[in-house]
Design a protein around this ligand. Structure first.
Ligand code: SIN
Length: 310
């Protein structure tokens, strides 16, 4: 029952610690809205409060009709991440499915599938560690970052290797009013060098710098399709916030990034071979658990070109 005098819905700070407990009430409306959705071409099982749904009754290896694709696109906007089981996609089918949602990007720094350059291949093993265990939005260092990504599990470890997703609208809405007022209107510089400097040979630095100059994006962007406000900084790719001194900037990026740690804003996906995750890269950040070394884990990702964040 909703609390009529407001006391049950209060968050309280734990004695002696800077930690708040209590219900996160701003999730309720979005959770209820998602609970009420129904679909014509597939079924959807909500995975968490405001983010994630497991979609059943769709074969991604087949040539899907326009109405199914349109409905999947709507479901992506609503749930922010769609998950599918038992989708044994060939690389060509993977590319074909992702292309139904837009043109695909080529990643300049991560190795690709041998036959399909549009598929970034994360092939982890005893020799190659998983370094994607930091909250991030893909390629925020591009002037035009991707709108979404389709990740296919090719090989999974016996246990571990989950991927977590966090709802960046929930993160923004959870900020207190003072912090919202402070960051609304701020811009931040994102730079591929933070994450990929080691992948670029010294002789290629000048060329890649010219090709991928530091990108300036709003700290709080507005989703081009849903109109929702989204937190859009991450420790992996955001170099600094424009106009702040370096310590202040780092502290603010860290403070905002910590919002993604809020478990109530997250969903967690355990992979099986041929599972697929399709996320709205504008609306979420993700974190690939790196708890399976030295086992092998191979995933491939197609990224759909998006729009300039505003
Ligand atoms: C990534 O896109 O960061 C990789 C995600 C994963 O392999 O789970």
């Amino acid at each position: 029952m909703p609390d009529t005098n407001g006391t049950l819905a209060l968050r309280v700070t734990m004695e002696r610690y800077d930690v708040k407990v209590g219900p996160i009430t701003h999730l309720a409306a979005e959770r209820a809205r998602l609970n009420g959705l129904t679909w014509q071409h597939f079924d959807a099982k909500q995975l968490s409060a405001t983010i994630g749904a497991v979609i059943g009754g769709v074969d991604l290896t087949s040539d899907l009709g326009g109405p199914v694709v349109a409905e999947l696109r709507q479901a992506l906007l609503d749930y922010k991440v769609l998950f599918f089981r038992e989708q044994p996609l060939t690389p060509a089918q993977h590319v074909a499915f992702a292309r139904r949602f837009g043109e695909l990007e080529l990643h300049p720094f991560i190795p690709a599938n041998r036959d399909q350059p549009e598929l970034v291949r994360f092939a982890k093993s005893a020799d190659v560690g998983g370094y994607e265990n930091g909250w991030h939005s893909d390629v925020s260092w591009r002037e035009i970052p991707s709108m979404g990504a389709v990740l296919h599990a090719v090989e999974v470890p016996a246990s571990g290797g989950d991927t977590l997703f966090a709802d960046m609208n929930a993160a923004y809405e959870g900020l207190d009013e003072d912090l919202k007022a402070r960051v609304d209107g701020m811009s931040a510089v994102h730079d591929y060098l933070l994450a990929f400097a080691r992948q670029v040979k010294p002789e290629d630095r000048e060329r890649t710098r010219a090709q991928y100059p530091p990108a300036v994006h709003p700290v709080i962007r507005t989703h081009g399709e849903t109109g929702r406000k989204l937190m859009y900084v991450n420790r992996g790719f955001t170099d600094h916030i424009v106009g702040l001194d370096p310590d202040e900037s780092t502290a603010l990026i860290d403070r905002l990034s910590r919002e993604a740690d809020t478990i109530e804003y997250q969903c967690r996906w355990s992979w099986e071979p041929h599972s697929v995750a399709f996320w709205d890269n504008r609306a979420v950040q993700h974190y690939a658990c790196s708890d399976y070394w030295p086992a092998r884990r191979v995933t491939e990702r197609a990224s759909i070109i998006g729009e300039r964040p505003v």
